[in-house]
Design a protein around this ligand. Sequence first.
Ligand code: FAD
Length: 299
Amino acid sequence: SAHRADLDDGGNISVSFEFFPPKSEKMEASLWAAIERLQGLNPSFVSVTYGAGGSTRERTHRTVARLLEETDLAPAAHLTCVGASKDEVDDIVRDYREMGVRHIVALRGDPLEGLGAVYRPRADGYAYAADLVAGIRRVADFEVSVSAYPERHPESATWQAEIDNLKRKVDAGATRAITQYFFDNDVFEAFLERVRAAGIDIPVVPGILPITNFEQTMVFSAKCGTSIPHWLARRFAGLEQDAETRKLIACAVAGEQVLDLVDRGVTDFHFYTMNRAELTFAICHMLGVRPAAAEKQAA
Ligand code: FAD
């Protein structure tokens, strides 16, 4: 039967896309092919991640600069606390402001030793995302997005700690939260209720991960605290040697997820694109989010 998104023209839905900075010329070419395909969907912004420990500082900057020069898209630069002093981070923020960037995704980041190691703030750095948000706001009046965790950040011992932390980030000036990816929409809805009950009223945008690699998704999810429901594992079971069917399943899974979220009242979606257009483009199509030319043809 029809979902709410099937009855609308996508006009009330807004989408944003996340990319990571490419490591090689080949990856750069495939990223830009993806950007070209996705830019016609008129995303409200596109974000560029910051490698673990600030390892992609230059590459993130270059990718954001190219987006500003060659597209009409509004880039959001991710920035983390780890691996740099407050002064260094403030310089990066000033640089972005001068380039014309108006949106930062402010994160703590993971320890340099990797996910799972104990986090220790640098004495001269921003300690947590909330401190970074305040620092960014001191430099410029940026739009600031922050993370949120429908299944709790692995280091938050209680829900109280999790929600208090989000509240601190909002009080410091965050204007939007983007969630870690999740596969169970009930979990997202329950989280949103906790957030609203705490008086947090900024948009909380679900992060959607179209699964391009199920094995990697399993490994990463275990580290970042996203649960893989039994039904999801079953859908991919037995397809280890069949990439084409895996892709079709991935599209069905994410398509089903976003259509159900629209039925629950969600209007904004952030896609973890993994620098590929195909799945995200198809899922946006299901949401009614289409290039202007295609819409005209359909009318
Ligand atoms: P915070 O919001 O600072 O919270 C981290 C933990 O610390 C929480 O458990 C919180 O409860 C706890 N905490 C907060 N303040 C205190 C305090 N004062 N004392 C004790 N505990 C405290 N990582 C990257 O490296 N680069 C990226 O580009 C990137 N992009 C991301 C985008 C999104 C949308 C998301 C959801 C995550 C992203 N990450 C990225 C991963 C992120 O860096 C990790 O999840 C990291 O472990 C936490 O960062 P945070 O900003 O959520 O931290």
